[in-house]
Design a binder for this molecule. Sequence first.
Ligand SMILES: [Zn+2]
Length: 214
Amino acid sequence: MHTTHNEHPMPAEMRAWLVCKRCLAPCKDRNLSKGEYLRCGRCHAQLKSFKQGNSFNPLWAFSSTALICMVLANTYPILNFEVAGKSQQNLILTGIQSLWSEGFGLIAALVFFCTIVAPTIYLGALWYMGGACTLEARWPGLRLAAKTAAMLESLNLLPVFAVACIVSVVKLRTIGNVTWDMGAFWIGAASLFTLLSMQAHNSGQIEIQLEQSQ
Ligand SMILES: [Zn+2]
């Protein structure tokens, strides 16, 4: 049986007061319930928030899964296209390469950024913050990770790409024989876990955690 040190009751006088980190004003501590915050009476900085066990676990788990799916989505072919006896397997990257070689450089760069670079960096940033908050560790560059995630959130177009794949398969079926490949499954899974990570990502909560661990 394990006991953790924070289960030991603290003497009442020791937990009665908190000191505001911003303006050093004393603030009476109290137990919070779900959704409640304790704010400094003078400068209104958030001093404490309700902690429901370890609420960063889902973020860390979802973003880890999404990152693994991202790697698999980029290593397996998405679809198999067969026309006039010739068949071709397509990775996300081969599609981008052919756009590039056909002279659509800007579009190729945009697709590359929005389907591979941005989602990977975004998920990496979420994973990093989720990990640091779960372990209550002060890893370097957490502020940068928070900023990066906020910046890339709207540029993460992997779910859009997943829908575009379905549309293109419907279109290509009029020309030849198209079959889905494993990569498509991983794109779907990566999109799903990206959306779940976005749901689990509560930037306000992370902000408070960062303030508290400073
Ligand atoms: Zn204050």
